[in-house]
Design a protein around this ligand. Structure first.
Ligand code: FEO
Length: 383
């Protein structure tokens, strides 16, 4: 695939991987993207995961032919992008490694060999000239790791975006891009919204015509849409008006109350309502929905004088990702000493700008008529 006349795609689709980073379920695999710029000098931009190195080398060699690469640019050292460094170095021992000071501080932890003589260190604003093409580097610490940098190719106006603008899945079209890009963003980069905002501001003045991320499709049309979503997400603003009901029920009684609340909300009309069975859901999907919508109802059974563990796990992730700026309501269930709400409030304490809606609703085993009235009232308060 040509990104531009002299910029080629050499990435690999991994259709077999079940869990990305050993935790995010994949329904449709993962792309490990890599690119080659063929100019007077040749640069390979990033390598791939160890599962894909041999296929990637075939792609690289097909593009290079008899030519040798001058540079391997290391935008990000995480193993899904750096597993091919040693094999590439074996083939092209004179190839320089392009990274920043942090890249080269970290590299020896990944590779037990001394490549110091090959280091080509770049910093904010450095341009690496390849001939008619040039790569200008912008540091992007914590988008996703501290050594991350992006580069802007000045002849064809291409942003090589590292993990930013990536998504799960091997699809190369952008139909329904936001669904898996949102799950990817909030679970992988989401904790670092401030750093993403800093990067967006740095890139704001550039004439970007193509975005080449390290995962997911190359973006070349409608770029304001994708950049606009990243802006919304990284500002922790809700993307849509809607209510997520996240329910963790042991024997189904709390779920019955959740379904009752959902039906009440729907009957009031006009609201997008999503009910999630937390113990059976992919936690990453629930995290995605929590950030997508502006309101959330947490409904959980009590357990061991605390909280039903699947809800506790979900809230652990939510706090880790810095959930904020949302309205939240709490419903607990307990047969003899309900303890879920107090535990949920304690877990959520560090979060900023959370507005609690209504009082805690307590169900004692099964939903009573009084509980139904409370849930009806809550549905109105959530409007
Ligand atoms: Fe795709 Fe942070 O690695």
């Amino acid at each position: 695939m040509n990104i531009a006349e002299k910029i080629r795609y050499v990435g690999v689709a991994d259709r077999e991987l079940d869990l990305f980073e050993s935790q995010y379920p994949l329904e449709n695999g993962m792309l490990y993207n890599s690119y080659v710029i063929l100019d007077e000098k040749i640069a390979i931009l990033d390598t791939v995961d160890k599962r894909a190195v041999e296929d990637w080398l075939v792609n690289v060699k097909n593009v290079l032919g008899d030519r040798k690469p001058d540079y391997l640019v290391l935008h990000h050292l995480e193993p899904d992008h750096s597993a091919g460094i040693v094999r590439l170095h074996e083939l092209y021992p004179d190839m320089k490694l392009v990274g920043n000071a942090m890249t080269f501080r970290m590299l020896p932890q990944f590779i037990q060999a001394d490549y110091t003589a090959l280091y080509e260190t770049v910093a904010e604003g450095t341009t690496l000239s390849l001939g008619t093409h040039g790569l200008t580097f912008y540091m992007a610490p914590m988008v996703h790791w501290p050594e991350v940098m992006v580069s802007y190719e000045t002849a064809d106006h291409v942003l090589f975006a590292a993990d930013a603008f990536g998504k799960f899945g091997v699809e190369t079209d952008t139909d329904d891009w936001a669904c898996e890009a949102r799950r990817y963003y909030f679970n992988i980069v989401g904790k670092y919204g401030a750093q993403v905002q800093m990067l967006l501001k740095k890139l704001g003045g550039l004439d970007i015509q193509t975005i080449c991320p390290l995962h997911g499709p190359v973006l070349c049309e409608n770029l304001p849409y994708f950049i606009g979503l990243y802006d919304t997400w990284s500002k922790y603003e809700p993307e849509d008006k809607g209510i997520l009901i996240a329910c963790a029920s042991i024997h189904g009684n709390t779920m019955k109350a959740a379904e009752f609340l959902r039906d009440e909300l729907v009957s009031l009309g006009g609201e997008k309502v999503v009910l999630t069975d937390v113990p059976r859901a992919d936690v990453a999907e629930v995290i995605e929905d929590a950030f997508r919508y502006d309101r959330m109802v947490l409904m959980s059974s009590s357990y061991d004088a605390g909280l039903f563990p699947p809800m506790e796990t979900y809230l652990y992730h939510l706090v880790a990702k810095q959930y904020c700026n949302r309205k939240v309501a709490l419903v607990q269930n307990g047969t003899w000493a309900p303890s879920a709400a107090k535990t949920m409030q304690k877990i959520l304490e560090p979060l900023k700008n959370i507005e609690y809606v209504g009082d805690v609703i307590t169900i004692k085993t099964t939903m009573s008529e009084a509980n139904k009235e409370e849930l009806r009232a809550l549905a109105k308060l959530l409007q």
